[in-house]
Ligand binder design. Structure first.
Ligand SMILES: [Zn+2]
Length: 79
């Protein structure tokens, strides 16, 4: 009977040890990733034809934006 208790105790200790080690082995859940800040390009409107396009692709003349050189020239000539 004492042998049974010994093995029972051994099993309990092993179970506790296993539980403890498995808990420490589980990697901590990384914080929920937020989407990276994607720089949103401003949309500007062509002062001549009204076409909307990203600011990076627009031609700037003064404070006006244009979709192409023709429209920029046309606007400047018109003034
Ligand atoms: Zn235009």
């Amino acid at each position: 009977m004492s042998r049974f208790l010994f093995f029972l105790l051994l099993a309990v200790i092993a179970w506790i040890w296993f539980k403890k080690s498995s808990r420490s082995d589980t990697p901590q859940r990384p914080p929920a990733r937020t989407p990276p800040d994607v720089p949103v390009e401003r949309i500007v409107q062509c002062a001549h034809c009204g076409l909307r396009l990203p600011e990076g692709e627009a031609l700037v003349s003064g404070k006006d934006h244009f979709c192409c050189a023709e429209h920029r020239n046309a606007q400047n000539v018109g003034r």
